[in-house]
Design a protein around this ligand. Structure first.
Ligand code: SF4
Length: 444
């Protein structure tokens, strides 16, 4: 499927020309966005990460308040970025020099509407019709065939996926080390430096897929991080975070949730970035299998062949991702005890066993509910579900898991976010952490 520029034209016309433009990447996960930009640069695409949260007022000005919060945040980011470019470049500013990267997703929730709504807003500014939006979609596993030369696409996808696994490893390392650091601020400073040096290695080695070189750098970072830990600090209650991916990952939008939990004595494990990316391939394979069986029943030969091709495509993609992820985790877990990431098939199995929800309903709810079951089995001392105010899949998660966790006496907290500062928020987190400490002490 061709990637569209959201005003209806395929973005594939003149690839060389497209590659001359600057690709603007919004920041969801700070590490992830920077590694992705470095990967793009490695493949010759001029890419950079936009400042985030500085344009929130603009985002709010051009939305009605009914949109999902991540839509407001990212709209503010692109408007702020353009405003700043205009200011810096003056008369030589040309909106046609930019492409804004905003992936989308099909399905019952509203993520697929962000780029369409943002297109309408951009079009309302003089000249910004020329600024294109690149919207790879989950229906073709986020193919980027229009911005990269055909022979590069496979390699790019492999390196981009690898950058996401490395992002998860760096995040897990941060959450493992920071609650036990020798001096406040050491981990943040160390991880900021590490993030930059890993991005440099991606820029140098990404295109050639010299992952061994990047792994060497990662190992060096892990070894260095171990020296930050104060071994006299006693273990702390472990709290798992699930929820909507943007809010889980975006520290400004979730009002520094991980840090606030740590301040009240938690060691945190947030669901990973790769979870969603793996789920996209898994869900694609699931849908293709269904189509295949239906076409087989009806003996429709051409559609049968098409669904078989899809099955092979999504299946191969999933196998590769799981293999790559396993390989990286095995090597890093040999150095430090960070939690393993779960397989999506395992999550579906847990969900079926519990009979709480179904993968047929899709969205992040099936991932969040299944992850909570895994947290409960893994002896976590509390669970937090973080999401944008009115987020549909996350509210479904909340409704389903509350009775389940109450029965198991596992503390649970919903953290619904918009841009307002809720006065009772910290008190709620403190109370939740008090319960998590009690549960932790009982299990000792
Ligand atoms: S997951 Fe929630 S926040 Fe994201 S698009 Fe869907 S409803 Fe909106």
């Amino acid at each position: 499927m061709a990637t569209k520029n959201v005003i209806g034209f395929p973005l594939g016309g003149n690839k060389a020309h497209l590659r001359d433009r600057t690709l603007l990447i919004p920041e969801m996960n700070r590490t992830g966005a920077n590694l992705l930009a470095a990967t793009f640069r490695s493949f010759g695409v001029r890419a950079r990460v936009m400042d985030t949260y500085k344009g929130l007022d603009l985002g709010k000005e051009y939305t009605s308040g009914k949109e999902c919060y991540p839509c407001q945040v990212t709209l503010g980011d692109i408007l702020h970025c353009i405003e700043k470019e205009k200011e810096d470049l003056g008369d030589s500013f040309n909106p046609a020099d930019y492409i804004y990267f905003m992936p989308e997703s099909e399905g019952p929730c509203r993520f697929g509407m962000y780029n369409k709504y943002q297109r309408i807003v951009l079009d309302s500014f003089p000249g910004l019709k020329e600024l294109q939006i690149l919207s790879p979609t989950n229906s073709d596993a986020y193919s980027l065939g229009d911005i990269l030369a055909e022979h590069q696409e496979q390699d790019f996808r492999k390196t981009a996926y690898f950058s996401m696994v490395v992002t998860d490893i760096l995040d897990r390392l941060l959450w493992k080390i920071r609650p036990y650091e020798r001096e406040p601020g050491m981990t943040d400073a160390y991880m900021e430096r590490s993030r930059r040096s890993v991005a440099d290695t991606f820029e140098i080695y990404g295109r050639k897929k010299l992952f061994g070189k990047i792994m060497d750098k990662l190992e060096e970072i892990v070894e260095g991080a171990k020296s930050i830990v104060d071994p006299t600090i006693a273990p702390k209650p472990v709290v798992g975070i699930v929820g909507e991916i943007f809010l889980r990952m975006h520290d400004h939008a979730n009002q520094d949730l991980v840090r606030v939990l740590e301040k009240h004595g938690a060691e945190v494990v947030n669901a990973s970035l790769c979870e969603w990316v793996n789920y996209v391939s898994y869900d694609g394979l699931r849908q293709a299998k269904r189509e295949f069986l239906l076409n087989l029943k009806q003996l429709r030969l051409e559609p049968l062949k098409a669904s078989l091709r899809k099955m092979i495509g999504f299946g191969g993609d999933l196998l590769y991702k799981e293999w790559r992820q396993r390989k990286v985790y095995r090597r890093i877990r040999g150095l430090i005890d960070i939690p393993e990431d779960h397989k999506i098939s395992h999550l579906e199995h847990s969900l079926k066993e519990s009979d709480l929800f179904s993968f047929d309903l899709r969205t992040e709810a099936c991932l969040s509910i299944a992850s909570i079951i895994e947290f409960a089995r893994g002896g976590y001392n509390g669970v937090v579900n973080v999401y944008p105010f009115t987020c549909m899949p996350s509210m479904a998660t909340s409704a389903v898991v509350k009775p389940f966790l109450r029965k198991l006496r596992i503390p649970y907290l919903d953290v619904s976010c918009d841009s307002t500062i809720q006065p009772g928020r910290e008190a709620a987190i403190r109370t939740f952490m008090y319960q998590a400490h009690q549960r932790f002490n009982q299990s000792q």
